[in-house]
Ligand binder design. Sequence first.
Ligand code: BDR
Ligand code: CA
Length: 312
Amino acid sequence: MTRKIIIDTDPGQDDAVAILLALASPELEVLGLTCVAGNVPLALTQKNARIVCELAGRRDISVFAGCDRPLAHTLVTAEHVHGKTGLNGPVLPDPTMELQDMHAVDFLIETLRSEPSGTVTLCPLGPLTNIATAFQRAPDIIERVQEIVLMGGAYFEVGNITPAAEFNIYVDPEAADIVFKSGVPIVVMSLDVTHKALVTKARNAAFRGLGNAAGIAVAQMTDFFERFDLAKYGSDGAPLHDPCVTAYLIKPELFTGRFINVEIETKSELTRGMTVADWWGVTDRAPNATFMGTIDADGFFGLLVERLARLP
Ligand code: BDR
Ligand code: CA
């Protein structure tokens, strides 16, 4: 059975790969892409989302622009990782498909109200501003969400934008707090997982070797952010974060984790945006999220290559 998803995103090269994987996979029906400010400002994330749809040959996908800033803080962006456009690396044409008129938050609310309850999964790949705003504005939709599978947070890897916080949660911790307290079943693809999904030279060559536009673009995208990440982590290759979300929806057996309590730090200057994950079960706080810790990286990259091969 196909699973209906809405991808909430701030492309971002790794967001782009996550979207391409979803669009190449018959198990997933993408109801729309809702864009948010994150890696780069909203004007660029909504444009990049359309560029990615066109790269996949999917001009039929509806793309919506959402919130242009976090709930309570000034926007923090990540051009130092993703480049000035957010999608630096390949040279891709400006999109000609239209941006939808409707606001992304209205689309989230309308879709969750009109689809049968429990049949729509949300896939946030950026700051959680759109999702939290929809939940605040229309609390009736919360119980209608099937599941939220998101990229964000960390426990063992702690932080990538500050010593204590992962980027997506750090940018809008108040939004993350609302989402983690919502009661919706949540699966978290944390840095503990994504830092094991490294684009080694051989994996990059496999993308390029596909020879199609999507495969070559993905190789060029991962080449680009690798420069920054290799210098930072000194590892074998750069982590490919967001595609872990869409890969999980296709092949959950690639990942393992624990159902635990996760709280978001919103108060402290020093640790703002930290995901306080009770991995060792040392509190009596109720579990609210399945926090992933391992990935079968070869299986994950195998899936990516197999699926990207299906695209133009
Ligand atoms: C997350 O932050 C962004 O830079 C990436 O797109 C990913 O969603 C990783 O911390
Ligand atoms: Ca992202």
